[in-house]
Each structure stands twice: as C-alpha cells, then as structure tokens.
Design a binder for this molecule. Structure first.
Ligand SMILES: [Zn+2]
Length: 435
C-alpha cells in the first residue's frame, strides 16, 4: 500500500514538475573592452578600491582566454580579440577573425547564433547597447557579415563581400526590442529602394528617438529605439573635457606631473536614456508568461573611451554598466529561471599606475614615457594614474589579457568558473536555456 502511494506520489510529482517548469531567460551583459584594469580603475576612482561595485559581489566568476584568427591566414592565431570576433565567439561558440560578424573566417559561411536558435524555439529576443545599434557586438547576435562596417546599402564595406547591410538583417530578424544609437540609419535606403524607417514600420516596429516618448511606450511594443545619430554620448568626460595626454617636461626634459583632477558629467549625455533605463524597458517588455527570452545588453563605450585614452569616459560607462548588472540580477532574483552572465569581448589598453617611475631614482624624461597619462583625483581624495601605452596618439589597441566572467542564477554555473576558453560561454548558455 505504501509502495503504491509512493508510486502515485512520484508520478504526481513528475507531472507537476513538468507542468510548473517555466521557460528560462538569459540576460547576457557584455562590457566591451572591460578587462580587469577597466574595473580596477573604476573601483579606485569611485570607491577608493573598496567595496561598492555590484560586480564585485558576484561570487560565481571565472577568467576567459581571448584570442582570434588572423584575417589573411585563419590557420594562424592573434592573441588579442576584437568586438566582431569576440561577439561571434560568445554568440556562436566559434572563433573567427577580426571584423567578421557570425561568419566563418575561412569562407564566410554563416554560424547560427544563440539568439537565432532561441528565436526558432519561440523565445523573445532583445539587443540593448550604448553604441550604434548595428555595431559589432549587437550585430554578432542577429546578423552575418564579413565586414562589421557594412551597416547600410550605401556603405562601401558591403561591396567587398556582397554582405546584406546589418541594419536590414537585424530588422528582418524581428528582434523584439532593439535599443541604442543610430537614428542616422533610419534615413538610409533599403534593398527595395524605400528607407530603413519605412522598412522597420512595415515590419511592425514602433520607432522612438526621444527619451520621454520611449519611457511612455506600452509594454509589449515591438520597439526600435535609436536615440543619437551614431554612438550614444557617454556619461562622463575628463577634467575640462580632457583625456590622457603626453606628459609635460621642463627645460631639462624632466617630467612635470599634472595636478590630479576630477571627472565631470558630460553635458551631451543630457536627455539620453541611460543604459539601465533601456535595460529595464527591455526586461519588462520581454518577460512574458508564454515564452522565455534572450537579452544581450552591451556597455559599448568602456572600450571606445579606452581607445581614445579617456579614463573618465571609461569610468562613467563602467559605473552605468555596473548599475545595469545590479538590475539584471534583481530581475533574476525576483522572477527565477533567469541566468545573468556578465563578461567582456576582449581587453583594452588601460593600465592603472601611480606615476611612471625609474627604480634607480634617476629623473623621468619624456622619452621614458612613451604613451598617454592622466592623473585623477578619486572621490576619496587620492591620486589615481591612468596610463595608455600602446601608442602615442588617441588610438589605443586592444590587449590580449584574460577578461572576467561572472554569473548569477545558472544551474550549470561551474561551467563558467575558473579559467575557461571564450568558446565555452555559448555551450553553457545553450545548456541553461534549452536543456
Ligand atoms: Zn575596441
């Protein structure tokens, strides 16, 4: 008798567990160019190196090995990444070469992305970024191109490989929510000789270009939000708008270090929706009783500001990205069945140093500091040096450091702990979402 009850109970339990299991969601947050140095710089400036960053509270973490294939000879490896190749590696589990968007380096064959696979299985999808919406990271999830700059028909970048413009591919993909920069894209012509704006409207998109109209939108609206001409303006700028520079020298060519100064709010950011506002909207829009969702959120200008040696720009974007991670984890805690994955596509050139020095005590002359330097005054009143040494102009290179990965809410979290290859992120997301 008791055995029968056990059997009945176990059948009942099995049935109910199937019946109540709800679809899963992934919130993938990519800090573009967010290496450990960009995080350390931000932590030092805002919190004097103490606790305060939400990302530091995420206990499940790992370290990701980044590399890409050479453009001319994909049998050779380059030991530093880039956004298109990194995006492709994360979205498809395959390495490719610089500038290629979800295509194979050898022959341009398309790789299916995690977003495409999620869509085929009925999941809702979203892409949020602070860059132009067609930039390499979002494109790597919903487009395929051999040249990442093939944004629109008139772009010469489409001709070299006969790529279909990325904006048209993204719209044809019917991604439910796309938010970022790029209202200049709307005026461009599409393949039918109409405009991108018309094409989007015909596909059922509501287009918003102003923050207030955007915030007033109803949930469940299929949305294309583009809030600036190209990339969205960043939140912070350096003291007097200045970034790192060549150090000044006296008559004997001995370095005169600058006074430490504080970052400033960027007036051009006024009126822009913040990354966390766009992300909240996407989460509310995609959450749905019937289907799960895949949402990619990018903090794009952590990278772009490091390229131009502007540490304050990177810090402001990093803080916005960190606030957004908190929102994603709070969503996951509240709704369950949601994995939050935070990582970067590749490293950047930022280095946190105090002041360049010679250990034999000899004076530092200009020729000993080949790069750009800025001394910041942290919120706690401490001097913080940021140095960019991959060249002497405002066009820094990516670096081949490992980048971090943090997760919350994954039942297979150990797959993304310790030192991992960037190709492994895709498989872990698939495992969580579809199995
Ligand atoms: Zn970059």
């Amino acid at each position: 008798m008791s055995r029968l009850i056990t059997i009945i109970f176990s059948i009942f339990a099995t049935f109910t567990s199937v019946a109540v299991s709800s679809p899963k969601n992934i919130i993938l947050l990519i800090g573009d160019g967010m290496g450990y140095a960009e995080i350390a710089l931000t932590r030092a400036y805002e919190f004097n190196g103490d606790e305060g960053l939400f990302i530091d509270t995420m206990k499940n973490s790992g370290s990701v090995i980044v590399k890409q294939l050479m453009i001319d000879d994909p049998s050779k490896i380059e030991f530093a990444g880039e956004s298109a190749s990194g995006g492709t590696t994360i979205s498809t589990g395959n390495r490719t070469s610089s500038g290629r968007v979800a295509v194979r380096a050898e022959d341009g064959a398309h790789y299916k992305t995690i977003l495409e696979e999620a869509q085929e299985r009925g999941f809702k999808t979203g892409l949020v970024t602070t860059s132009i919406i067609t930039d390499a990271t979002p494109a790597s999830f919903a487009a395929h191109a051999q040249n990442r700059y093939c944004f629109i028909q008139s772009s010469g970048a489409c001709n070299t490989h006969n790529d279909t413009p990325i904006i048209e591919q993204m719209l044809d993909h019917n991604v439910d929510v796309m938010l970022g920069g790029g209202y200049n894209l709307l005026r461009a012509s599409d393949a039918e000789g109409s405009t991108i704006k018309k094409k989007a409207e015909n596909l059922g998109y509501t287009i918003v270009t102003e923050r207030q109209n955007f915030l007033d939108l109803k949930q469940g609206t299929k949305t294309l939000g583009v809030f600036s001409n190209g990339h969205m303006p960043v939140e912070w700028v350096g003291p007097g708008g200045k970034g790192a520079d060549l150090v000044k020298v006296d008559d004997n060519r001995v370095v005169i270090f600058p006074e430490a100064a504080v970052c400033e709010i960027n007036p051009s950011h006024e009126g822009m929706p913040r990354l966390e506002e766009m992300s909240k909207f996407a989460l509310e829009n995609l959450k749905n009783d019937g289907a799960g969702f895949f949402l990619m959120i990018e903090g794009a200008s952590i990278d772009k500001q490091a390229h131009i040696a502007k540490p304050c720009g990177t810090i402001g974007e990093m803080l916005a990205f960190d606030r957004t991670i908190r929102i994603a984890v709070e969503f996951a805690k509240e709704h369950g069945d949601t994995a939050v994955i935070v990582t970067a596509d590749h490293g950047q050139a930022t280095q946190v140093i105090y002041k360049p020095e010679t250990y034999d005590g000899s004076p530092i002359r200009r020729d000993l500091i080949p790069g750009l330097y800025q001394l910041l005054l942290t919120k706690g009143g401490h001097e913080l040096g940021a140095y960019y040494g991959t060249n002497n102009i405002n066009d820094q290179s990516h670096t081949g450091v490992n980048v971090p990965i943090y997760t919350y809410g994954m039942d297979n979290a150990e797959d993304l702990m310790g030192v991992i290859q960037q190709t492994e992120i895709y498989g872990a997301m698939k495992e969580f979402l579809f199995n």
